[in-house]
Design a protein around this ligand. Sequence first.
Ligand SMILES: Nc1nc2c(ncn2[C@@H]2O[C@H](COP(=O)(O)OP(=O)(O)OP(=O)(O)O)[C@@H](O)[C@H]2O)c(=O)[nH]1
Length: 302
Amino acid sequence: MSSVNKLKVLIADDDLITRMLLQRNLTAWGYQVHVASDGEQAWDIVNAEDNLRLFIVDWGMPKLDGLEFCRTLKSECDYFLYIIMLTGRSGTDNIVEAMSGGADDFVTKPFVAEELRVRLQVGERILEQEKKLEFYANRDYLTGAWNRRVILNHLREEWERSVRERTKLSVVIFDLDMFKQINDRYGHQAGDQAISVFCSIVMGNIRPYDKLGRYGGEEFLLVLPNTHEQEAVLVAERCCTQVADVNIPLPGQDTLTVTVSAGVAISDAGNPPMNDLFKNCDKALYQAKNNGRNQVVLYRQS
Ligand SMILES: Nc1nc2c(ncn2[C@@H]2O[C@H](COP(=O)(O)OP(=O)(O)OP(=O)(O)O)[C@@H](O)[C@H]2O)c(=O)[nH]1
């Protein structure tokens, strides 16, 4: 297993021997281990590392103790985490306090390696389930694009940010052309395949902080923060050209080609307001369809 695929675990413990023992065992069990000797250091690692979801945390630590660390972590993270409290303390009162404070499991020192290993596996199973739930709740199942709720929330957040930071926010609405005919002629499965290919192409053309979401059936919304209209038009045109150029394989020897129309609109430091931004984008899309499809139209005030 390469280190890229290894699950990350953060160990936070002020006792050197425990840290070394944990690090040795966890590395042997295939985890990518990060080590902190107090709560503050643990917090720094949380801020620096992506995808850190599994934790083994001592209770009594200098600067920031384990319980406070759990509380802060659970209240500030909007994704699921699994924390095992590994402590010299024992007894019901301590278990209740730790688990009420955000710990998901409680192990008393000295720990038995095999027991800790299976408890980590329980954490992994729960994290895996949470990841699936997160996907089903936020993503479009067919394409992996964000679903309508998420993309509209994201648009609102980015619009608010553009007001705060006085930047330009660009929005693109894509709509696959004559899609009813494609379904009628080639069948729904082929239509689905075309939608998936379209999304892969768009996702391959955007920056990590741009977001593509499925707004309706064959209508997709692309939110491009801090982006001028010319750049947005270029991205949209690149996507439309690439979609039109691809031969989508169908069962047998057949292939299918599709085209896409797009409307682009921008808001500059919150002007126009979000609803109008959206309406402008829709008007531009309507224009693109009226002009003959397979093209990008930028909304202009006039
Ligand atoms: N295969 C498939 N078809 C879908 C999906 N979502 C929506 N559609 C179909 O997309 C078609 C959209 O048709 P219309 O809204 O009439 O638009 P159009 O045929 O694309 O025409 P223009 O937008 O004017 O170019 C409908 O037949 C929907 O059933 C989907 O997930 N999969």
